[in-house]
Design a protein around this ligand. Structure first.
Ligand SMILES: Nc1nc2c(ncn2[C@@H]2O[C@H](COP(=O)(O)OP(=O)(O)OP(=O)(O)O)[C@@H](O)[C@H]2O)c(=O)[nH]1
Ligand SMILES: [Mg+2]
Length: 311
């Protein structure tokens, strides 16, 4: 193992921060690091929290992290794109780091800008690093605004969908996105009017998806005061306890591994073909596609199987 890998394993926070930066910047050192550490990343539960902007995800994650830490667990927190315009660009990480440097909590935000599909890979890497560093629980906050909530499913053991009262129409609009990915639902801001109505709405909409989903837990919380947190944590703990659930969890981990294998392979193939083609051929293909003289798939096929030169 490299020195950095050993330092991460030993729980050195600065090493972990540095390693996550490597992963985030897609540095080639990150690959070797993750390869070294992969075998040490199994014993970690990953919980994704997703939901519309401003529903209180960060407040909830903050409380969950502190509460779990008090029970002796080491908790990693990853916030993706925490600088949404709704929170005025305040970083969850900054907020916690300022007033509570709990040694059992490690918070980090991942930028979503740049790199297409890069967030997902950086997220997988960051989770693996936290697991290797001995964090037994990783909480991931993503804004449920399209792609990211689906991405979280390829990493989380459990996805918590956070909603708030009065979001009925939004749920309708996002039905496919939100109702089908949640393992557990939270109506936060239960101090506002309409929380019970929202719970009933979610319940009936889940019923429309299928009978089994209609039985998923829906809890109410007030993240700002901590009310309802016990019930939420009990629901999280209960999730995956039954033999059927464990079989399903295993299935999910296999699906995730399948997904990541495809992802890794796609990336390697692109790199190999790009190198084999050489910069000139690659650029020529790019220009022909842009000039509409060949379609992207046709050009890709040519690069995979260069036309045999006539003698
Ligand atoms: N009344 C009430 N306000 C809450 C509750 N939970 C959070 N808030 C407030 O809601 C606002 C948004 O909370 P955040 O935790 O930043 O919400 P978020 O979902 O992380 O927001 P984004 O990251 O911007 O999507 C803040 O002003 C919180 O103080 C709650 O249970 N009740
Ligand atoms: Mg937030």
């Amino acid at each position: 193992m490299t020195e950095l890998a050993l330092a991460v394993r030993s729980g050195d926070r600065r090493a972990l921060a540095r390693a996550i930066s490597l992963v985030e910047s897609h540095s080639s050192d990150a690959r070797a690091l993750l390869a070294d550490l992969w075998q040490h990343t199994a014993v970690c539960r990953v919980i994704g929290l997703t939901g519309a902007p401003g529903v209180g995800k960060s407040t909830l994650v903050d409380r969950l992290a502190r509460t779990y830490a008090r029970t002796g667990r080491r908790v990693g927190v990853l916030a993706i794109d925490p600088s949404s315009p709704f929170s005025g660009g305040a970083l969850l990480g900054d907020r916690i780091r300022m007033d509570d440097p709990d040694p059992r909590v490690f918070i980090r935000s991942l930028a979503t800008r740049g790199h297409l599909g890069g967030v997902n890979r950086a997220l997988g890497g960051a989770i693996a690093l936290m697991a290797a560093a001995g964090y037994d629980l990783v909480l991931v906050e993503t804004v449920g605004a399209g792609q990211s909530e689906v991405e979280i499913m390829s990493h989380a053991d459990l996805t918590v969908v956070v909603l708030m009262p009065g979001l009925g129409d939004d749920i309708q609009a996002n039905k496919a996105g939100i109702l089908e990915i949640g393992d557990l639902f939270v109506v936060n801001k239960a101090d506002l009017p309409g929380a019970d109505l929202t719970v009933r709405e979610i319940r009936s909409m889940l019923g429309l998806v299928d009978k089994e989903r209609a039985r998923l837990p829906i809890t109410k919380t007030i993240a700002t005061s901590g009310e309802g947190l016990d019930a939420l944590m009990a629901a999280i703990d209960a999730f995956g306890r039954s033999p059927q659930e464990q079989a399903r969890q295993h299935q999910r981990r296999l699906q995730q591994a399948d997904h990541r294998l495809s992802e890794a392979l796609a990336e390697l193939v692109v790199e190999d073909i790009r190198t084999a083609a050489g910069a000139g051929h690659w650029q020529a293909a790019v220009e022909r596609i842009a000039g509409r003289s060949i379609d992207p798939e046709g050009a890709a096929r040519e690069l995979l199987r260069p036309p045999v030169e006539e003698a």
